[in-house]
Design a protein around this ligand. Structure first.
Ligand code: UT7
Length: 335
């Protein structure tokens, strides 16, 4: 990596992809049956029409294993060949052990190390950066990165400001070595002074579980939406400009821009500021809502299936979320 700019990594590629979403669809009209909201408000303010909801007995690891199995089936390796399993999530099965430990065991990834990455909804970009660094440094050859969320169990279904936004799903990518010169350009950022704008206040060492925390819904997601909105539009733009600049490219060189799917107004604002045309921007938010760490891989899969993302395309991904964190990644699509 000597000689490359900070954030530029050579010698790794995404070599396989798999996703899984729960079967149950919850529409805006369904939510309006039990909450003071409407399809009109949710669609206009967010772009979301429906989301997938996991079964009562389904946790993040269940969705992750299904996505990982599809990813491995599309690859040239078996689970036992994996060197590392990284699960990125804000809705882990448990505070401990790591969801990645459970996923690796169920896959049969017996010789793999496993850990979770918690970087809010930017987790997938952070996980991809870690995997890429391990592979490019020739430490490991086969690293599985997952984004897996069951956010339907992390929201307060009486809080219309948050529960309408989120959905469940999982995506997995395999990162392997390449000698064709493929470059990843990353920008990872954090501003912890905004931690209070998006959090699950209770259940950790700051505010352990008590009857009062359960009564006050402090184990569910709390969000100051307007602050996160302002932060997101600014950081996504700046971060994307940075990775493009580091790679010596411009917006015209990008074939597809896949931002984290949180709100269509954030996506459109960032795309407009960056100068993307509609044809360069991908979104499936209308059907899945905000699936946090799973949103980018879910988009990659759909874009690849329907021909919007083709081998050789220049792909720009951008995430943002709790922390507050942000991250962008520019790479050539090689599937
Ligand atoms: O992955 C990253 C995580 N999160 C995000 O990226 C979220 C970023 N923020 C947002 O997407 C937006 O701020 C929201 C969609 C959360 C909210 O949109 P907004 O345009 O900022 O609305 P607001 O919070 O300013 O609320 C406007 C009004 C309020 O009523 P009053 O006070 O004006 O009477 C809310 O109570 O809309 C009301 N409201 C709703 N009404 C119907 C809030 N949620 C709803 C709802 N249905 N679901």
């Amino acid at each position: 990596m000597i000689g490359l700019k900070r954030g530029l990594v050579k010698g790794a590629r995404i070599s396989a992809l798999g996703v899984h979403v729960p079967e149950r669809v919850l529409t805006n009209d369904d939510i309006a049956q039990f909450l003071d909201t409407s399809d009109e408000w949710i669609t206009t303010r967010t772009g979301i029409r429906e989301r997938r909801i996991a079964r009562v007995d389904e946790a993040a690891s269940d969705l992750a294993v299904a996505a990982a199995e599809r990813c491995l089936a599309a690859s040239d390796i078996e689970a036992c060949d994996l060197d590392l399993v990284i699960v990125t999530t804000i809705s882990p099965d448990h505070l401990m052990p790591a969801t990645a430990s459970i996923v690796a065991d169920r896959l049969g990834a017996r010789r793999a190390g496993a850990f979770d990455v918690q970087a809010g909804c930017t987790g997938f970009v952070y996980g991809l950066a870690i995997a890429t660094a391990f592979v490019a440094a020739s430490i490991y050859e086969h690293v599985l990165v997952l984004g897996a969320e069951v956010l339907s169990k992390m929201v307060d279904w009486e809080d219309r400001g948050t529960c309408v936004l989120f959905g469940d799903g999982a995506g997995a990518v395999l990162v392997q070595p390449t000698d064709n010169g493929s470059i990843f350009s990353f920008d990872l950022g954090n501003d912890g002074s905004g931690a209070q704008y998006l959090s699950v206040p209770a259940g950790g060492s700051r505010l352990p579980a008590t009857y009062a925390t359960v009564r006050d819904h402090d184990h569910a997601m709390h969000m100051v939406g307007s602050e996160v909105f302002k932060f997101a539009t600014r950081t996504v733009t700046e971060s994307c400009e940075k990775v493009l600049d580091d790679a010596g490219l411009t917006v015209e060189d990008v074939d597809l821009f896949v931002p984290h799917q949180a709100n269509i107004r954030i996506i459109e604002s960032a795309a407009r500021r960056l100068g993307f045309t509609d044809g360069q921007v991908f979104s499936n938010l209308d059907r899945y809502g905000n699936t946090s760490c799973a949103s980018i891989p879910l988009c990659l899969h759909e874009a690849s299936e329907n021909g919007r993302l083709k081998k050789g395309d220049m792909l720009l991904m951008a995430g943002f979320g709790a922390g507050l964190t942000w991250g962008s990644c520019l790479t050539k699509w090689e599937l």
